[in-house]
Design a protein around this ligand. Structure first.
Ligand SMILES: *Cc1c(COP(=O)(O)O)cnc(C)c1O
Length: 405
């Protein structure tokens, strides 16, 4: 076995099951391994690398800022934070933002905001606030967040969990209406479930949920850590349904594939529940992260990456849908956020990923059955056509193997 992998297995906790490849360099949509092999990255670090690896503008923003001022904590102001948050608020139509680092932290922030809002604004009785989320969700890994999960793999062995959390079926507005009661603070939802398997709810789902929430005085909080910033062909996936949520969570691509940068954005009434001392993060909103985050947003707009995601996504989905393989039971996606469902009777999604890796295409299964394709948004037509050819070949090879056995 590769010595680097052996060393990692010895010293790194086994909380992931990586494909057996050791990457040493990245540029644009490509990454290279320790033997010099080149790959097209269709994983993009779970959609964090939308701008491409080592994007020159982001590398420059990072190095200039690192040499100027990186971290002072929010005990002081820095000249970089406000311009970043102003841009993020203007682009998303939100009033204010609270900067954190990882997606999970921004989700935690949203949960805390929603609970405090329930007590201070809605008038829910002390310690009775409830948060509703959906089966199949992925919102991160903290104890509070996994308590929202219906997936035993995420939860088992980590109890006891905080109370006041419930889950309902995804894609079913009636289930939301039925689950809401006087103590409901918020409905937390992904506009498209990413880790759950690129699950796209019926059209109009989110707008119906938004209407239910509005009528019942419940906050609609959209977790767009993965779907946000152009991944699905709109700046925000909730725009597909014409919805502006009360709270919005961004992460992943916000850091330009370089740093962990996340935000909880909200309308003023919601953000006003936070007072000095009620919440914070040593690194959240640091000048380095703010400089990189602002540049990431600027590139997204100036290079028209959202439009590109929509166009290239349509093109790639079209190519994948022409692949006629008995292994594939469904291909679905929006923008460059595409999932290919592998029939579990024929193969596992991981087997497909391992074979794609050998052909120079990196992807990763989500759950047992879905292969995801989420390349950097800068990917071009030729690269996608090449990728579709590799996928077609791998599926054809696997079909032959299946028929022979
Ligand atoms: C990845 C993800 C998170 C968690 O982000 P981390 O940076 O890994 O903490 C939260 N929500 C969604 C929808 C995600 O895809």
């Amino acid at each position: 076995m590769n010595a680097t992998i052996e060393l990692e297995n010895q010293y790194c906790a086994h909380n992931y099951h990586p494909l057996p490849v050791v990457l040493v360099r990245g540029e644009g949509v490509h990454v290279w391994d320790d033997a010099g092999n080149k790959y097209v990255d269709m994983m993009s670090a779970y959609s964090a690398v939308s701008h491409g690896h080592a994007n020159p503008r982001l590398v420059k923003a990072l190095s200039v800022q690192a040499a100027t001022l990186s971290i002072v904590s929010r005990a002081f102001h820095s000249d970089k934070l406000a311009p970043f948050l102003k841009r993020a608020c203007e682009l998303t139509g939100q009033d204010m933002a609270l900067p954190m680092n990882t997606g999970s932290e921004a989700v935690e922030t949203a949960l805390k905001a929603a609970r405090k809002w329930a007590y201070e604004v809605k008038g829910v009785a002390r310690d009775k606030a409830e948060i509703i989320s959906c089966e199949g969700n992925f919102h991160g890994r903290s104890i509070a967040i996994v308590s929202l999960s219906a997936d035993p793999e995420y939860k088992e062995g980590f109890g006891p969990f905080p109370s006041g959390m419930s889950t309902i079926p995804y894609g079913d507005p009636a289930a939301l209406a039925a689950a809401i009661n006087e103590n409901t603070a918020a409905f937390l939802v992904e506009p498209i479930q990413g880790e759950g398997g690129i699950n796209i709810p019926p059209a109009g789902y989110l707008s119906e949920c938004a209407e239910i929430c509005r009528q019942q005085n419940v906050l609609l909080i959209c977790d767009e850590v993965q779907t946000g910033l152009g991944r699905t062909g709109k700046l925000l996936a909730c725009e597909h349904d014409g919805v502006k949520p009360d709270g919005l969570i961004l992460g992943k691509a916000l850091g330009g594939g370089i740093l962990p940068v996340s935000l909880f954005l909200a309308k003023q009434e919601l953000m006003d529940v936070f007072q000095p001392g009620t919440h914070g993060s040593t690194f959240g909103g640091n000048a380095l992260a703010a400089a990189v985050g602002l540049e990431a947003l600027n590139i997204l707009v100036e290079d028209e990456l959202v439009e590109r995601s929509r166009e290239m996504g349509e093109y790639f989905l079209g190519l994948l849908q022409t692949i006629n393989s008995p292994l594939v039971s469904d291909v679905r996606g929006k923008g460059l956020f595409i999932g290919m469902e592998i029939d579990p009777a024929m193969a596992t999604a991981r087997e497909v990923c391992v074979r794609l890796m050998k052909k120079g295409l990196l992807s990763k299964e989500t759950h047992e059955t879905v292969v995801r394709f989420a390349p950097p948004l800068i990917v071009n037509r030729d690269q996608l056509a090449w990728a579709a050819d590799q996928i077609r070949d791998v599926l054809a090879d696997m079909d032959l193997v299946a028929k022979a056995s």
